[in-house]
Write a protein that binds this ligand. Structure first.
Ligand code: ACM
Length: 702
């Protein structure tokens, strides 16, 4: 892999703003990359006379509001005072700078037409779409094309012909484990709209809380939410907000496992004697709904009748994951029922349960989505399987006629780098599915499980990485250039801030709270070189509950820390080209020098701030690793070889510093080790410590 962007100057600031004038990339700053682009020459200049005219049967109130929001952002970013102050349809199409035409009002359903054609010439802009939803997608493209540079406020001359690759492009938000206020949901819907995602999968019920107001069964929210639930009015408000942005809302009510909240309210439906209390910790728990009593189905009929009315989408999600079956097998009546019916294992009983729930869904006109555990052949083909354990179940389901979506590989709570998610394709080119089977792969969803996020930190786990996942779901599968993706992601991250997301800005607030000081520069340098531990290690290293603080350095740290990644790329490039490029060597030296010097500058701060002392060893380790990196680069520069004693000592230090502190780890160890191993000559090639490590596979527990 070769990367060509990076300069020392980028390292010095956490919020890089590379110049965008004369952007040489054919993908401009677009994310997701459109299906087809033709770039012309010249620009359209946006000035205060900018006006919009709207036409077509699809010129809905929704489209008017979308154009209003687009103009608001255009004005806010450019600081242009539009003369046409009321952001409305000017009627006169010939006089308008931009004409928008939508042929009909789109429906919020799977597979609705979201295509659009955006044409920008140096004298005007036309946006045409089959539906108003398609036009909304085109407005987001327009905003991403806007450039501010020495020419003023401009749009490039371009024709964009665009449509999504997959019809189901989602983000799952877990509101159960940590409650997420309405405001958080709304700003994330704006983020989703900005990158053309179209499904909010809302995980509303789990062991740790029941988050929907039920008027029919009020004990659910009264006894199992600590008062943190969405009223039905708020749920309607959120659905309206989503619908205005062309986004479907699919609610999830996890059953029959993950059942603690249900059973806290209605213990009579449990498989084992209660009482039950809201679960405060994380993992897989035993409480499970009793599938053999009729009261369960009467109750679920009442509940789903109400929810089917409350939620507009055709689909509801029943979860179905991680039922460990323990309480079923410990209940003599349930075991007898299984024997009578010839069920050998809990999964077979769960199939019976699913079929009963499916009848209820059908009665209320809803289709069912469930995690891949619900999948057994013989169910109605109208259900959708959400694969979280692997792509195999998605393909198996597709071959048997079931539609499905992929979430395996998009678990953004696991703090993996953007490229890991980005390269994960719901439908890789080499899949063995026939075109008919492939069409059943509807798309995918990023999943934001909420064990380790609060409303303050959650945006930083979702964004900007989910923008890259959104591109995987929208753009042609051939769009896979990592360097270009990261370049655009950096730009898109700023646009996501513009819609109100807090992924970048909350970091500074969190650091100030930790140190109770204003000068956080040294802490930011440290943050640039560390990352939270990945996959399921955070919980393994320290027990957390719903009450644990999420205000520590590990919470302020980014998944995919930018300065660390850029250092990694510089090292890869130097190794590729044999340390030929002086600019790269200088950039790496500057980064390492900054890291080496940083500990001395923040040491007293770390020691005097109780919330920061846990991270002091990591800061010290960063210094030691940077020292090793500088020595290795010195050898590389002079063409010398690191002596065996220094080599052995360096490897020992790198091994020691691999230990995490405060569930946070150094993110620059691998490239420094690569440098050391390279400059150690033949000793480096053969050393066991220099062989690449294999990642252990991640297994779930949500
Ligand atoms: C899951 O992660 N248990 C769906």
């Amino acid at each position: 892999m070769r990367f060509s962007i990076l300069a020392a100057v980028l390292f010095l600031s956490l919020q890089q703003t590379p110049a965008i004038a004369n952007n040489p990339s054919p993908t401009l700053d677009l994310m997701p990359v459109p299906a087809r682009i033709e770039i012309g020459s010249g620009v359209f200049v946006v000035d205060e006379g900018f006006t919009v005219s709207i036409a077509g049967e699809g010129a809905s109130p929704r489209l008017h509001r979308g154009i209003h929001r687009m103009l608001r952002r255009l004005s806010d970013r450019s600081t242009i005072f539009f003369a046409n102050e009321v952001f409305l349809d000017i009627g006169d199409r010939d006089a308008a700078a931009m004409t928008v035409t939508a042929a009909r009002i789109g429906e919020l359903k799977v597979g609705e037409d979201e295509s659009y054609r955006l044409q920008i010439t140096n004298s005007g802009i036309t946006l045409e779409a089959a539906t108003d939803i398609g036009a909304l997608r085109g407005l987001q493209t327009l905003l991403q094309l806007l450039r501010l540079d020495e020419r003023g406020v401009t749009l490039p001359v371009i024709t964009v012909d665009d449509e999504p690759r997959f019809p189901w492009r989602g983000l799952m938000i877990d509101s159960s484990r940590h409650f997420m206020p309405v405001d958080m949901i709304k700003r994330n819907l704006d983020g989703m709209a900005a990158v053309k995602l179209n499904v909010l999968h809302w995980h509303l019920v789990d062991d740790q809380g029941f988050r929907v107001e039920s008027l029919a069964l009020p004990k659910l929210h009264e006894l199992a939410s600590d008062g943190n639930y969405y009223t039905q009015i708020q749920i309607r408000e959120i659905q309206d907000y989503a619908a205005d942005r062309g986004i479907r809302v699919v609610p999830e009510f996890d059953l029959p496992g993950h059942g603690t909240a249900w059973l806290t309210a209605y213990p009579e439906l449990a498989s084992a004697p209660g009482p039950y209390e809201i679960e405060r910790s994380w993992g897989i728990f035993d409480p499970t709904i009793n599938p053999i009593i009729e009261e369960t189905y009467t109750f679920l009929d009442t509940f789903f009748a109400e929810m089917a009315e409350l939620f507009d989408d055709e689909f509801m999600h029943i979860g179905g994951d991680e039922n460990n079956g323990k309480h079923w097998l410990a209940n003599a009546e349930i075991v007898a029922f299984m024997e009578e019916n010839g069920y050998n294992e809990p999964l077979e009983l769960q199939r019976y349960f699913n079929e009963r729930v499916l009848e209820i869904f059908s009665k209320y006109g809803k289709r069912m989505v469930g995690w891949d555990e619900i999948f057994v052949d013989g169910l109605t083909k109208s259900i959708v399987i959400q694969s979280w354990r692997g792509r195999e179940s998605l393909f198996e389901a597709a071959k048997l006629g079931y539609p499905g979506i992929l979430s395996n590989g998009y678990y953004i709570d696991l703090i993996q780098p953007t490229d890991f998610h980005y390269l994960n394709d719901p439908l890789p080119e080499d899949s063995d599915l026939t075109p008919e089977e492939a069409a059943r792969v509807l798309g995918g969803e990023a999943t934001m499980w909420a064990e380790y996020v609060s409303p303050e930190t959650v945006d930083s786990r979702i964004w900007p990485r989910t923008a890259a996942i959104a591109e995987r779901f929208w753009s042609p599968g051939s769009v896979r250039d990592l360097e270009d993706m990261y370049r655009r992601l950096d730009r898109i991250s700023l646009m996501l801030e513009e819609v109100g997301l807090q992924h970048e800005r909350n970091r500074a607030t969190m650091l100030r709270r930790l140190c109770q000081c204003r000068d956080i520069a040294g802490l930011e340098v440290l943050l640039g070189a560390i990352e939270p531990v990945k996959v399921y290690n955070r919980g393994r290293l320290r027990k957390h509950t719903q009450f644990s603080p999420l205000t520590r350095m590990v919470d302020a740290a980014w998944p995919d820390a930018v300065p660390a990644r850029q250092f990694r790329w510089t090292v890869e490039r130097m190794l590729d080209n044999g340390f030929e490029d002086q600019a790269d060597i200088e950039a790496a030296m500057t980064a390492l020098q900054t890291w080496e010097d940083n500990h001395a500058q923040i040491e007293s701060l770390l020691r005097s701030s109780p919330g920061l002392t846990e991270i002091a060893p990591l800061s010290e380790n960063l210094r030691d690793v940077a020292t090793i990196g500088l020595a290795a680069l010195g050898h590389a520069r002079s063409g010398g070889t690191m002596g065996s004693a220094a080599f052995e000592a360096s490897l020992a230090t790198l091994e020691r510093t691999a230990e995490s502190h405060g569930q946070t780890e150094l993110a620059i160890l691998a490239p420094v080790k690569q440098l050391v191993c390279t400059v150690a000559g033949p000793a480096g090639e053969s050393a066991a410590g220099c062989q690449p490590e294999e990642d252990a596979p991640a297994s779930g527990e949500h």
